[in-house]
Design a protein around this ligand. Structure first.
Ligand code: S3P
Length: 180
């Protein structure tokens, strides 16, 4: 079998709107493993939306739940995990993720992230007067953190999900060959 199948836990990181959920679901389907979206798992467990968690517990409360969830999910064998964009802002998560799986950064330019998320009401950090500027700010802060944690950086251009899936599969194959 291809070396690619040896990767047991695949973790997708990147900004809001980068396509982590879409790409992750498709990758999991092709690899015949379970897909888990960290935010959706938190919503399922708490029974309330992400904005509600931010409202009641603040971002800090959300980050605690996120760390707990990443810790649990990344112990599962044969899984593709889509994380929330802010997962790298918690230092414990950075060490945890890098040690538990192959971490893939979906890098998509801020302008495209803005176009994709501009009508979204489900992302508390973007409910500000100038979301475009907010995204640029977050991108500047986080891009170095994503790169620090990632084993693979996928420059997604306009971030077409199908293209990103193929790029990831090719990169994983190369990675497996290198480590044989
Ligand atoms: C966040 C991204 C969101 C969600 C929360 C915070 C962030 O996930 O975890 O709203 O800090 O960038 P997505 O990246 O799936 O939008």
């Amino acid at each position: 079998t291809s070396g690619e199948s040896r990767v047991s836990c695949l973790i997708l990181i990147g900004m809001m709107g980068a396509g982590k959920t879409t790409v992750g679901r498709e990758l999991a389907r092709r690899r015949k493993v379970r897909f888990a979206d960290c935010d959706q798992e938190i919503v399922a467990r708490t029974g309330v939306s992400i904005p509600t968690i931010f409202e009641i517990e603040g971002e800090q409360g959300f980050r605690r739940r996120e760390t707990q969830m990443i810790d649990e999910l990344s112990l599962e064998p044969d899984i593709v995990i889509a994380t929330g964009g802010g997962v790298v802002t918690t230092p414990t998560n950075r060490a945890l993720m890098r040690g538990r799986g192959v971490v893939v950064y979906l890098n998509v330019p801020p302008q495209i992230l803005y176009e994709r998320t501009r009508h979204d009401r489900n992302r508390p950090l973007l409910q500000v007067d100038d979301p475009r500027q907010r995204i640029e700010e977050l991108y500047r802060q986080r891009d170095p953190l994503y790169r620090e944690v990632a084993h693979l950086v996928i420059d997604g251009g306009r971030g077409n999900p199908g293209t990103m899936v193929r790029m990831i599969e090719n990169a994983l194959q190369k990675l497996a060959q290198q480590t044989l």
